[in-house]
Design a protein around this ligand. Structure first.
Ligand code: LMR
Length: 393
């Protein structure tokens, strides 16, 4: 039975992580997977996470099952963080999920049950894993214009024109902040316009928030979420604690569905049944850690401080890269590297140049040209810029 299985290409992002680990070159540079690293290549555990884990170890007194939706305390704390303390609790069904991927998959299954004819519109380009997570349930996927290669920013006129043509059978996936892969974000005024068009046309906003706090700050990065939540009756919010709590391997996320009045219980039932059919219930550990941090003021403050430090270190990497490329004489205007937000930006490299960077210099990036800025450090910038100069001529 199994011999007929086709061999598949390795995942374009996670595959590089493994290749990088195996590379013996001591000069190797990892600009691939979206994981924060310090200058010596280490991904630290937040102090607040360590403290919350210690607390959990000391106080947890059972390993009995938690519910299919996770704990109410976690869901409430996350919704406060994402939508604000005044979120409409009577209209939101929220569940702890195994990571942001779990949230996106549960949301997609929910959409498929709600309307199998729905089309999900994703930005061109979007995170590579959106396709299998959303398309894998059988939903149709189409793209709306987003990234403008020339300016390295958002092609907003193209985007909004497409959205103006959509209606109630359409779902629009939006990146809350720190667009993955481009780093090109929407301004508050652009979010206002999208919210107005969503309310007028009746499409469902489906927001993916995986980088809150890594762009312009926790509140600024949630501007779009809050604006949309205040403007429409129905929306979906999928969020991840991988990056902003550094809980990558613990798999912590949340799916939240905002419904019309009186539909909350039905929605809770649907999400519970989707979870039950997929993984029964989410793992408890990471959610408990996040809940403890967000409900303990001293830990919240410590977490926010460390997150702000990570954010500013990525901004420093952006400045370093711009200056390094200019100094090495690489052709181009790199001002956009400072304007983009979050972990990612594109470098205008061909697949051939990207392959050469990996083969000849052990510099790893995905073949779209997306780079994780956290991999650029004061220690490797000269080597990195010289490598890029050499492959670009
Ligand atoms: C990325 O885009 O690199 C991260 O979100 C990690 C992943 O799972 O792809």
């Amino acid at each position: 039975m199994f011999s007929s299985m086709a061999s598949l290409p390795i995942d374009p992002i996670l595959g590089l992580m493994a290749k990088f680990r195996e590379d013996p070159n001591s000069d190797k540079v990892d600009l691939s997977v979206g994981v924060y690293k310090t200058a010596n290549g280490h991904t630290p555990i937040f102090e607040a996470v360590k403290a919350a884990e210690k607390y959990r170890l000391e106080t947890e007194d059972t390993k009995a099952y938690i519910g299919m939706m996770g704990t109410p305390g976690y869901n409430d704390a996350m919704l406060r963080l994402l939508i604000g303390a005044d979120y409409p609790s009577d209209r939101i069904a929220a569940a702890l999920t195994p990571g942001g991927c779990g949230a996106l998959r549960v949301a997609s299954e929910f959409l498929m049950r709600a309307n199998p004819d729905a089309t999900v519109w994703v930005s061109d380009p979007t995170w590579a894993n959106h396709m299998p997570l959303i398309g894998g349930v059988g939903l149709k996927i189409k793209t709306y214009p987003y990234y403008d290669k020339a300016s390295h920013g958002v092609n907003f006129s193209g985007m909004i024109e497409t959205l103006k043509g959509l209606g109630p059978n359409d779902v629009v996936l939006l990146h809350a902040s720190c667009h993955n892969p481009s780093g090109a974000d929407l301004s508050p005024a652009q979010w206002d316009e999208i919210a107005a068009v969503a309310a007028e046309r009746g499409f469902i906003p489906f927001i993916d928030s995986a980088y809150q706090g890594l762009g312009e700050g926790l509140d600024a990065d949630a501007y779009g979420i809050r604006k949309i939540a205040a403007s429409v009756e129905e929306m979906i919010l999928a969020s991840s604690c991988s990056k902003n709590f550094g809980l990558y391997r613990d798999r912590v996320g949340q799916v939240a569905v905002m419904t019309k009045a009186d539909r909350k219980e039905v929605t809770v039932g649907q999400i519970s049944s989707i979870a039950r059919g997929m993984y029964s219930m989410p793992p408890a550990h990471g959610g408990a850690v996040v809940e403890h941090i967000l409900t303990t003021p001293s830990l919240t403050a410590s977490w926010q401080k460390e997150l702000a430090g990570i954010c500013s270190s990525i901004q420093t990497s952006r400045t370093l890269l711009k200056a390094g490329l200019e100094k090495a004489g690489v052709e181009g205007d790199f001002a956009y590297l400072i304007q983009n937000q979050g972990m990612f930006s594109f470098l205008d490299l061909t697949v051939e140049q990207i392959n050469k960077l990996q083969a000849d210099y052990s510099v790893y990036l995905v073949n779209s040209g997306r780079i994780n800025l956290a991999g650029v450090t004061a220690n490797n910038i000269d080597y990195l810029a010289a490598s890029i100069k050499s492959v670009t001529g």
